[in-house]
Design a protein around this ligand. Sequence first.
Ligand SMILES: NC(=O)c1ccc[n+]([C@@H]2O[C@H](COP(=O)([O-])OP(=O)(O)OC[C@H]3O[C@@H](n4cnc5c(N)ncnc54)[C@H](O)[C@@H]3O)[C@@H](O)[C@H]2O)c1
Length: 322
Amino acid sequence: MAEKIAVTGCAGFIGSHLTERLLAEGMEVVGIDNFSAGCMANLEKASENENFSLIEGDILSEEDLEELLDSVATVYHLAANPDVRLGADDTSVHLNQNIMGTYNLLEMMRKKNVKRISFTSTSTVYGEASEIPTPEDYGPLVPISLYGASKLACEALISSYCHTFDMSALLFRFANVVGLRSNHGVIPDFISKLEKDNSTLEILGAPPGTLKSYCHINDCIDAMISAEKVSTERVGIYNIGSEDVIDVKTIADIVCEGMNLTKVKYAWSGGVDGGRGWIGDVRRMQLSISKLVSTGWKPSMSSVDSIRTAVKELLEERSAQA
Ligand SMILES: NC(=O)c1ccc[n+]([C@@H]2O[C@H](COP(=O)([O-])OP(=O)(O)OC[C@H]3O[C@@H](n4cnc5c(N)ncnc54)[C@H](O)[C@@H]3O)[C@@H](O)[C@H]2O)c1
């Protein structure tokens, strides 16, 4: 019988790709999503597979979690509010959705005797790291956003549950993930703005913008599956990203090129605190991926290629929906 895996946030960008991949690997997948950000269209392919079942529910509901964790071996926990900008305006969202959601899930895992969890964390747990590329054992971890703080709190909860209740975990610290179905972040933001006004593009921050690493969704999913196969640690921490960085102006150039726009004027907002895009925005982010690379995984794309591919995919997706 196929191993049964639970995926929280299965209708979201990364969750839907992961669900498809787990099904393709022959697993039985039960997903949960409250559709606050995800959508049924993302699950079109997964829904055709008889090994997939969906709970339209919330990880803040004990009843929904009890149903989700029935006879599962492993949980991939992706459900969260991933909007870094939100924390400066509403301090409760990341606390409730991310920290309380993770706590509820761990409690139900403990009650239902589910022993393995893979968690999608983020580069923002490092804050403004002085070591770049930043390795997994960098410290101290000083997040500068409430989102980063919430994810670090989740990592701490997961680690302590593992040691207290004989569980094991993988903590994935992602760079920016881009690709088909992504509906938040810099590329969808630029495309939406240019669809409304193709003469001027408002860019948050000061030129040339922050310098960050981007990873294509296919590389990200490969990395997660690969780590799951090799990790033997009780709590394994893996950075996932690409091997280079790209600035925001270059991303804007690639989006304009993809949309065949040659005369767009860039209107930089000036940003906050000497050029950050928004409060809590890290100026430079590049993760050391050598730990996972040493086990055999390697990203197939650079940051520039990831952005180029994602722009093409998202524009094709939009024209198919039009
Ligand atoms: N996309 C990135 O670049 C990136 C980078 C670092 C980490 N992450 C993490 O990866 C995970 C997935 O991110 P994503 O980009 O796919 O975001 P997403 O918003 O597309 O997916 C999150 C999914 O979780 C669902 N959800 C949210 N709260 C829920 C709740 N209480 N109960 C049930 N479902 C709920 C949403 O409806 C959505 O479908 C998140 O944990 C995010 O923090 C993403």
